[in-house]
Ligand binder design. Structure first.
Ligand code: COA
Length: 336
Protein backbone atom coordinates (compact mmCIF):
# COMPACT_ATOMS: atom_id res chain seq x y z
CA UNK A 1 0.00 0.00 0.00
CA UNK A 2 1.45 3.37 -0.92
CA UNK A 3 1.15 6.22 1.58
CA UNK A 4 -0.73 9.33 0.41
CA UNK A 5 2.15 11.52 1.55
CA UNK A 6 5.80 10.65 2.15
CA UNK A 7 6.37 10.73 5.92
CA UNK A 8 9.77 11.69 7.20
CA UNK A 9 11.58 8.94 9.10
CA UNK A 10 13.91 9.47 12.01
CA UNK A 11 17.43 8.23 11.42
CA UNK A 12 20.05 7.94 14.09
CA UNK A 13 23.63 6.91 14.47
CA UNK A 14 24.84 3.74 12.73
CA UNK A 15 26.08 2.43 16.05
CA UNK A 16 25.40 2.91 19.76
CA UNK A 17 27.78 2.36 22.67
CA UNK A 18 28.08 2.69 26.43
CA UNK A 19 29.84 6.01 27.02
CA UNK A 20 30.11 6.00 30.81
CA UNK A 21 29.13 4.12 33.94
CA UNK A 22 28.34 5.27 37.47
CA UNK A 23 27.19 3.79 40.77
CA UNK A 24 25.82 4.60 44.17
CA UNK A 25 26.28 2.15 47.04
CA UNK A 26 24.39 2.93 50.26
CA UNK A 27 26.57 3.78 53.24
CA UNK A 28 25.37 1.09 55.65
CA UNK A 29 27.14 -2.25 55.24
CA UNK A 30 25.13 -5.14 56.66
CA UNK A 31 26.97 -8.39 57.44
CA UNK A 32 25.19 -11.76 57.49
CA UNK A 33 25.51 -11.80 61.27
CA UNK A 34 22.98 -8.96 61.50
CA UNK A 35 20.29 -10.97 59.66
CA UNK A 36 20.70 -14.55 60.82
CA UNK A 37 18.69 -14.43 64.03
CA UNK A 38 15.43 -13.37 62.37
CA UNK A 39 15.67 -16.20 59.80
CA UNK A 40 17.23 -18.90 61.99
CA UNK A 41 20.26 -19.10 59.70
CA UNK A 42 24.03 -18.74 59.91
CA UNK A 43 26.78 -16.80 58.18
CA UNK A 44 28.20 -20.11 56.97
CA UNK A 45 24.88 -21.28 55.43
CA UNK A 46 24.32 -17.97 53.64
CA UNK A 47 27.85 -17.84 52.24
CA UNK A 48 27.75 -21.44 51.12
CA UNK A 49 24.30 -21.19 49.42
CA UNK A 50 24.60 -17.71 47.92
CA UNK A 51 28.19 -16.44 48.19
CA UNK A 52 26.87 -13.33 49.95
CA UNK A 53 28.98 -11.98 52.82
CA UNK A 54 27.61 -8.46 53.16
CA UNK A 55 25.10 -6.21 51.46
CA UNK A 56 24.16 -2.53 51.72
CA UNK A 57 20.86 -1.25 53.07
CA UNK A 58 19.76 2.29 52.25
CA UNK A 59 19.17 4.74 55.08
CA UNK A 60 16.21 7.14 55.27
CA UNK A 61 17.98 9.78 53.13
CA UNK A 62 19.10 7.30 50.49
CA UNK A 63 15.92 7.36 48.42
CA UNK A 64 15.44 5.85 44.97
CA UNK A 65 15.79 9.36 43.53
CA UNK A 66 18.84 10.31 45.59
CA UNK A 67 20.73 7.09 44.71
CA UNK A 68 19.76 7.40 41.02
CA UNK A 69 20.94 11.00 40.77
CA UNK A 70 24.28 10.13 42.39
CA UNK A 71 24.88 7.16 40.05
CA UNK A 72 23.77 9.16 37.01
CA UNK A 73 26.09 12.10 37.82
CA UNK A 74 29.06 9.76 37.92
CA UNK A 75 28.02 8.08 34.64
CA UNK A 76 27.66 11.50 32.94
CA UNK A 77 31.06 12.61 34.20
CA UNK A 78 32.67 9.36 33.04
CA UNK A 79 31.02 9.83 29.63
CA UNK A 80 32.03 13.50 29.40
CA UNK A 81 28.40 14.42 28.73
CA UNK A 82 26.53 17.37 30.27
CA UNK A 83 23.11 16.74 31.80
CA UNK A 84 21.64 19.11 29.21
CA UNK A 85 22.77 16.79 26.40
CA UNK A 86 20.66 13.90 27.73
CA UNK A 87 17.46 13.57 25.76
CA UNK A 88 16.10 10.38 27.32
CA UNK A 89 16.10 8.96 30.85
CA UNK A 90 15.06 5.34 31.40
CA UNK A 91 14.79 4.12 34.98
CA UNK A 92 14.52 0.39 35.66
CA UNK A 93 13.11 -0.28 39.12
CA UNK A 94 10.44 -2.17 41.05
CA UNK A 95 10.91 -0.25 44.28
CA UNK A 96 9.83 3.30 43.48
CA UNK A 97 6.92 3.10 45.89
CA UNK A 98 4.53 5.37 44.07
CA UNK A 99 2.27 3.85 41.43
CA UNK A 100 2.33 7.09 39.45
CA UNK A 101 4.04 9.25 38.30
CA UNK A 102 7.22 7.47 37.27
CA UNK A 103 10.39 8.54 39.10
CA UNK A 104 12.34 9.16 35.85
CA UNK A 105 11.02 12.72 35.20
CA UNK A 106 11.90 13.78 38.77
CA UNK A 107 15.42 12.33 38.38
CA UNK A 108 15.85 14.05 35.01
CA UNK A 109 14.71 17.35 36.55
CA UNK A 110 17.08 17.10 39.50
CA UNK A 111 19.95 16.30 37.16
CA UNK A 112 19.16 19.38 35.07
CA UNK A 113 18.41 17.48 31.88
CA UNK A 114 15.73 19.95 30.75
CA UNK A 115 12.66 18.15 29.46
CA UNK A 116 13.85 14.81 28.09
CA UNK A 117 11.63 11.82 27.45
CA UNK A 118 11.69 10.08 30.83
CA UNK A 119 9.95 6.90 31.91
CA UNK A 120 10.29 3.89 34.21
CA UNK A 121 10.37 0.26 33.13
CA UNK A 122 9.33 -2.67 35.29
CA UNK A 123 11.27 -5.79 34.35
CA UNK A 124 12.61 -6.54 37.83
CA UNK A 125 16.18 -7.86 37.92
CA UNK A 126 16.25 -7.85 34.09
CA UNK A 127 15.27 -4.17 33.90
CA UNK A 128 18.71 -2.64 33.35
CA UNK A 129 19.55 -4.85 30.34
CA UNK A 130 16.07 -4.10 28.93
CA UNK A 131 16.93 -0.40 29.31
CA UNK A 132 20.25 -0.78 27.51
CA UNK A 133 18.50 -2.67 24.69
CA UNK A 134 15.89 0.08 24.33
CA UNK A 135 18.47 2.86 24.57
CA UNK A 136 20.67 1.33 21.85
CA UNK A 137 17.67 1.09 19.52
CA UNK A 138 16.64 4.69 20.32
CA UNK A 139 20.12 5.99 19.49
CA UNK A 140 20.28 3.98 16.27
CA UNK A 141 16.66 4.77 15.36
CA UNK A 142 17.08 8.50 15.86
CA UNK A 143 14.58 9.05 18.68
CA UNK A 144 17.31 10.05 21.14
CA UNK A 145 21.01 10.88 21.00
CA UNK A 146 22.14 10.42 24.59
CA UNK A 147 20.16 8.12 26.85
CA UNK A 148 20.72 7.75 30.57
CA UNK A 149 19.82 4.24 31.71
CA UNK A 150 19.51 3.82 35.47
CA UNK A 151 18.93 0.62 37.44
CA UNK A 152 17.93 1.40 41.02
CA UNK A 153 16.35 -0.46 43.94
CA UNK A 154 15.48 0.08 47.59
CA UNK A 155 14.35 -3.50 48.01
CA UNK A 156 14.54 -3.25 51.79
CA UNK A 157 11.24 -1.34 51.60
CA UNK A 158 9.54 -4.50 50.33
CA UNK A 159 11.61 -7.11 52.13
CA UNK A 160 10.23 -9.37 54.85
CA UNK A 161 13.17 -9.58 57.25
CA UNK A 162 11.82 -12.88 58.58
CA UNK A 163 11.53 -14.64 55.20
CA UNK A 164 14.29 -17.27 55.06
CA UNK A 165 14.28 -17.36 51.25
CA UNK A 166 14.74 -13.64 50.54
CA UNK A 167 15.89 -11.68 53.62
CA UNK A 168 19.59 -12.43 53.10
CA UNK A 169 19.55 -12.07 49.31
CA UNK A 170 18.13 -8.68 48.40
CA UNK A 171 19.64 -5.23 48.95
CA UNK A 172 19.75 -1.61 47.81
CA UNK A 173 21.76 0.54 45.39
CA UNK A 174 21.85 2.28 42.01
CA UNK A 175 23.90 2.01 38.84
CA UNK A 176 23.75 4.01 35.62
CA UNK A 177 25.18 4.18 32.13
CA UNK A 178 25.07 6.72 29.34
CA UNK A 179 24.24 5.22 25.94
CA UNK A 180 25.10 7.36 22.93
CA UNK A 181 26.22 7.41 19.30
CA UNK A 182 29.44 5.70 18.27
CA UNK A 183 31.56 5.32 15.14
CA UNK A 184 32.05 1.62 15.85
CA UNK A 185 29.62 -1.04 17.17
CA UNK A 186 29.50 -0.85 20.98
CA UNK A 187 26.30 -2.70 21.88
CA UNK A 188 25.41 -6.01 20.25
CA UNK A 189 21.85 -7.18 19.49
CA UNK A 190 19.75 -7.70 22.60
CA UNK A 191 18.37 -11.19 23.23
CA UNK A 192 15.36 -10.78 25.48
CA UNK A 193 12.08 -12.39 26.39
CA UNK A 194 9.82 -13.60 29.14
CA UNK A 195 8.19 -16.75 30.46
CA UNK A 196 4.87 -15.69 31.94
CA UNK A 197 3.97 -19.29 32.75
CA UNK A 198 6.36 -18.86 35.69
CA UNK A 199 4.80 -15.55 36.77
CA UNK A 200 4.56 -16.78 40.37
CA UNK A 201 8.22 -17.69 40.86
CA UNK A 202 9.20 -14.24 42.18
CA UNK A 203 6.40 -11.91 43.13
CA UNK A 204 4.91 -9.52 45.62
CA UNK A 205 2.90 -11.49 48.18
CA UNK A 206 -0.34 -9.62 47.54
CA UNK A 207 -2.12 -7.23 45.23
CA UNK A 208 -2.43 -3.70 46.75
CA UNK A 209 -6.24 -3.93 46.60
CA UNK A 210 -6.21 -7.07 48.76
CA UNK A 211 -3.84 -5.39 51.19
CA UNK A 212 -6.00 -2.32 51.56
CA UNK A 213 -9.21 -4.26 52.17
CA UNK A 214 -7.59 -6.39 54.85
CA UNK A 215 -8.27 -5.67 58.56
CA UNK A 216 -4.57 -5.37 59.32
CA UNK A 217 -2.78 -4.15 56.18
CA UNK A 218 0.90 -5.07 55.87
CA UNK A 219 3.28 -3.98 53.12
CA UNK A 220 3.28 -6.75 50.49
CA UNK A 221 6.80 -8.21 50.46
CA UNK A 222 8.88 -9.98 47.83
CA UNK A 223 8.51 -13.73 47.83
CA UNK A 224 10.42 -16.28 45.78
CA UNK A 225 10.39 -19.99 44.95
CA UNK A 226 14.14 -20.20 45.45
CA UNK A 227 14.93 -23.66 44.09
CA UNK A 228 12.77 -23.22 40.98
CA UNK A 229 14.39 -19.85 40.25
CA UNK A 230 17.80 -21.36 40.84
CA UNK A 231 17.23 -24.15 38.29
CA UNK A 232 15.76 -21.80 35.68
CA UNK A 233 18.52 -19.21 36.04
CA UNK A 234 21.38 -21.72 36.06
CA UNK A 235 20.37 -23.54 32.89
CA UNK A 236 17.98 -21.53 30.69
CA UNK A 237 19.96 -18.31 31.10
CA UNK A 238 23.24 -19.81 29.92
CA UNK A 239 21.52 -20.47 26.57
CA UNK A 240 20.34 -16.87 26.39
CA UNK A 241 23.88 -15.66 27.12
CA UNK A 242 25.32 -17.83 24.38
CA UNK A 243 22.69 -16.57 21.94
CA UNK A 244 23.66 -12.96 22.72
CA UNK A 245 27.31 -13.84 22.04
CA UNK A 246 26.39 -15.51 18.74
CA UNK A 247 24.10 -12.64 17.67
CA UNK A 248 26.99 -10.24 18.34
CA UNK A 249 29.00 -12.20 15.77
CA UNK A 250 31.65 -13.37 18.22
CA UNK A 251 32.44 -16.46 20.31
CA UNK A 252 33.03 -16.88 24.03
CA UNK A 253 36.77 -16.83 23.24
CA UNK A 254 36.39 -13.17 22.27
CA UNK A 255 34.92 -12.19 25.65
CA UNK A 256 37.07 -10.35 28.19
CA UNK A 257 34.41 -10.02 30.90
CA UNK A 258 31.19 -11.67 32.02
CA UNK A 259 28.83 -9.40 33.97
CA UNK A 260 25.77 -11.44 34.93
CA UNK A 261 22.95 -10.31 37.18
CA UNK A 262 24.33 -10.61 40.71
CA UNK A 263 21.64 -13.02 41.91
CA UNK A 264 23.71 -15.60 43.65
CA UNK A 265 27.33 -16.75 43.27
CA UNK A 266 26.27 -20.34 42.58
CA UNK A 267 24.08 -19.23 39.68
CA UNK A 268 26.99 -17.19 38.25
CA UNK A 269 29.31 -20.21 38.51
CA UNK A 270 26.74 -22.58 36.98
CA UNK A 271 26.20 -20.22 34.04
CA UNK A 272 29.92 -19.75 33.44
CA UNK A 273 30.43 -23.55 33.43
CA UNK A 274 27.45 -24.17 31.20
CA UNK A 275 28.58 -21.51 28.70
CA UNK A 276 32.12 -22.98 28.80
CA UNK A 277 33.64 -19.55 29.35
CA UNK A 278 37.43 -19.64 28.96
CA UNK A 279 39.37 -19.22 32.22
CA UNK A 280 40.66 -15.88 30.89
CA UNK A 281 37.18 -14.29 31.06
CA UNK A 282 36.95 -12.07 34.14
CA UNK A 283 33.70 -12.64 36.02
CA UNK A 284 31.81 -10.04 38.09
CA UNK A 285 31.37 -11.20 41.68
CA UNK A 286 29.95 -8.06 43.28
CA UNK A 287 27.15 -10.12 44.89
CA UNK A 288 29.54 -11.19 47.67
CA UNK A 289 29.68 -7.65 49.06
CA UNK A 290 26.57 -6.05 47.62
CA UNK A 291 23.89 -8.77 47.71
CA UNK A 292 21.26 -8.94 44.96
CA UNK A 293 20.22 -5.40 44.05
CA UNK A 294 17.87 -6.45 41.23
CA UNK A 295 17.82 -3.78 38.48
CA UNK A 296 20.95 -2.13 39.93
CA UNK A 297 23.09 -5.25 40.02
CA UNK A 298 24.54 -5.34 36.50
CA UNK A 299 25.63 -1.65 36.36
CA UNK A 300 26.97 -1.87 39.93
CA UNK A 301 28.98 -4.97 39.02
CA UNK A 302 30.26 -3.40 35.79
CA UNK A 303 31.20 -0.22 37.66
CA UNK A 304 33.20 -2.19 40.20
CA UNK A 305 35.06 -4.11 37.51
CA UNK A 306 35.95 -0.84 35.77
CA UNK A 307 37.06 0.75 39.06
CA UNK A 308 39.19 -2.22 40.06
CA UNK A 309 40.75 -2.61 36.59
CA UNK A 310 39.08 -5.97 35.89
CA UNK A 311 37.23 -4.38 32.95
CA UNK A 312 39.26 -1.99 30.83
CA UNK A 313 38.02 0.46 28.24
CA UNK A 314 37.56 -1.43 24.97
CA UNK A 315 37.07 -4.82 26.63
CA UNK A 316 34.24 -6.98 25.32
CA UNK A 317 31.72 -7.91 28.02
CA UNK A 318 28.62 -10.08 28.08
CA UNK A 319 25.82 -8.59 30.19
CA UNK A 320 22.87 -10.76 31.19
CA UNK A 321 20.05 -10.14 33.63
CA UNK A 322 17.04 -12.19 34.64
CA UNK A 323 14.34 -12.25 37.27
CA UNK A 324 10.66 -11.81 38.11
CA UNK A 325 8.26 -12.17 35.21
CA UNK A 326 10.12 -14.28 34.44
CA UNK A 327 11.96 -11.73 32.29
CA UNK A 328 15.45 -11.79 30.83
CA UNK A 329 17.73 -9.75 28.56
CA UNK A 330 21.35 -10.07 27.44
CA UNK A 331 23.73 -8.19 25.16
CA UNK A 332 27.43 -7.98 24.42
CA UNK A 333 28.90 -4.52 25.01
CA UNK A 334 32.21 -2.78 24.70
CA UNK A 335 33.33 -1.46 28.10
CA UNK A 336 33.40 2.37 28.12
N1 COA B 1 19.05 -20.43 56.47
C1 COA B 1 19.29 -21.70 56.87
N2 COA B 1 18.66 -22.76 56.34
C2 COA B 1 17.73 -22.52 55.39
C3 COA B 1 17.42 -21.22 54.95
C4 COA B 1 18.12 -20.16 55.54
N3 COA B 1 17.92 -18.87 55.16
N4 COA B 1 16.47 -21.31 53.99
C5 COA B 1 16.19 -22.61 53.84
N5 COA B 1 16.95 -23.35 54.69
C6 COA B 1 16.98 -24.80 54.85
C7 COA B 1 15.63 -25.43 54.66
O1 COA B 1 14.93 -25.48 55.87
C8 COA B 1 15.99 -26.79 54.15
O2 COA B 1 16.38 -27.59 55.24
P1 COA B 1 16.10 -29.18 55.24
O3 COA B 1 16.90 -29.74 54.08
O4 COA B 1 16.61 -29.60 56.56
O5 COA B 1 14.62 -29.33 55.04
C9 COA B 1 17.25 -26.57 53.31
O6 COA B 1 17.81 -25.32 53.79
C10 COA B 1 16.99 -26.45 51.83
O7 COA B 1 15.91 -25.52 51.61
P2 COA B 1 15.59 -24.90 50.22
O8 COA B 1 14.47 -23.93 50.34
O9 COA B 1 15.48 -26.01 49.21
O10 COA B 1 16.91 -24.06 50.00
P3 COA B 1 17.87 -23.98 48.72
O11 COA B 1 18.93 -24.99 48.82
O12 COA B 1 17.07 -23.90 47.47
O13 COA B 1 18.55 -22.57 48.97
C11 COA B 1 18.29 -20.35 48.13
C12 COA B 1 17.76 -21.43 49.07
C13 COA B 1 17.38 -19.14 48.22
C14 COA B 1 19.71 -19.96 48.57
C15 COA B 1 18.35 -20.93 46.70
O14 COA B 1 17.13 -21.49 46.34
C16 COA B 1 18.69 -19.91 45.70
O15 COA B 1 19.81 -19.43 45.68
N6 COA B 1 17.74 -19.57 44.79
C17 COA B 1 17.90 -18.57 43.78
C18 COA B 1 17.77 -17.27 44.44
C19 COA B 1 18.10 -16.13 43.56
O16 COA B 1 19.21 -15.93 43.21
N7 COA B 1 17.10 -15.35 43.25
C20 COA B 1 17.24 -14.17 42.53
C21 COA B 1 16.92 -14.39 41.11
S1 COA B 1 16.62 -12.85 40.42
Amino acid sequence: MSAPVGLATATGSSYAALLGVGAYRPVRLVPNSELVEAIDSSDEWIQQRSGIKTRRFAGPDESVQMMSVAAAREALEHAGIEAGQVDAVIVATVSHMMQTPAIAPAIAHELGCGQPVAFDISAACAGFCHGVGLAADMVRGGSARHVLVIGVERLTDILDRTDRGTAFIFADGAGAVVVGPSETPGIGPVVWGSDGEQFDYIRQTEDWRDVMTSDSPVMPALTMQGSAVFRWASFAMAKVGLEAVERAGITVDDLDCFVPHQANMRITDAMARSMKLPATVRIARDVADQGNTSAASVPLALHRMVQEGDARSGDVALLIAFGAGLAYAAQVVVVP
